[in-house]
Design a protein around this ligand. Structure first.
Ligand code: ACO
Length: 150
């Protein structure tokens, strides 16, 4: 696998990333809305309390600003002998950073986290436009996504 651009790092989300552009990066994916520093910290602490369930990863540039973010949630099932399934969610690469393999690095890292946690599979939902990207990451299109939005 190719390495990240010089000075870029991949690491777990920090509560300090609130001031390093994390919400701006997520805005390339969908509506984020106003989130205060306190609300961000509360969500961050909630994730931490759910031991080994939420893994949120960022890629930072040489100035430690957030350029990409993604997460994997580890679901504990009954099927497959109380098996674990990884759910990849909320992948976003800043618009001016797309096409530098940051997305590929994120997905590879999140996939490895799920595998290391003992998951028997990792799944995700995406739009038709992104199917090619996930295929490049080794994923297969196996079906349909159903949605009932509120
Ligand atoms: N369709 C087909 N191929 C693609 C696409 C696409 N939409 N996007 C990237 N690729 C290819 C690249 O050309 C590259 O191929 P190569 O190895 O032959 O050169 C390979 O996939 C890896 O591309 P990256 O450079 O790692 O892609 P990037 O860093 O731009 O990240 C991403 C892709 C995450 C889709 C990014 O463009 C993005 O953030 N888009 C807006 C938000 C979004 O749609 N996020 C995903 C939502 S789905 C979810 O969250 C589970």
């Amino acid at each position: 696998q190719e390495s990240l651009p010089a000075g870029y790092h991949i690491r777990p989300l920090s509560v300090l990333d609130y001031n390093r552009g994390v919400l701006e990066v997520l805005a390339v994916l969908t509506t984020v809305g106003p989130i205060s520093k306190e609300e961000f910290a509360t969500q961050f602490q909630y994730w931490k309390k759910q031991n080994d369930t939420y893994y949120v990863i960022v890629i930072t540039d040489a100035k430690n600003q957030v350029m990409a973010i993604g997460s994997v949630i580890i679901e504990r099932k009954l099927i497959h002998q109380c098996g674990l399934a990884g759910h990849i969610e909320d992948i976003a690469v800043a618009s001016d950073q797309q096409g530098k393999k940051l997305g590929l690095h994120l997905i590879n890292t999140l996939t490895n986290i799920a595998k290391t946690a003992g998951a028997y599979k990792v799944i995700l939902d995406c739009s038709i436009e992104n199917v090619g990207f996930y295929e490049k990451c080794g994923y297969k299109n196996v079906g349909a996504q159903m949605k009932l939005a509120f």
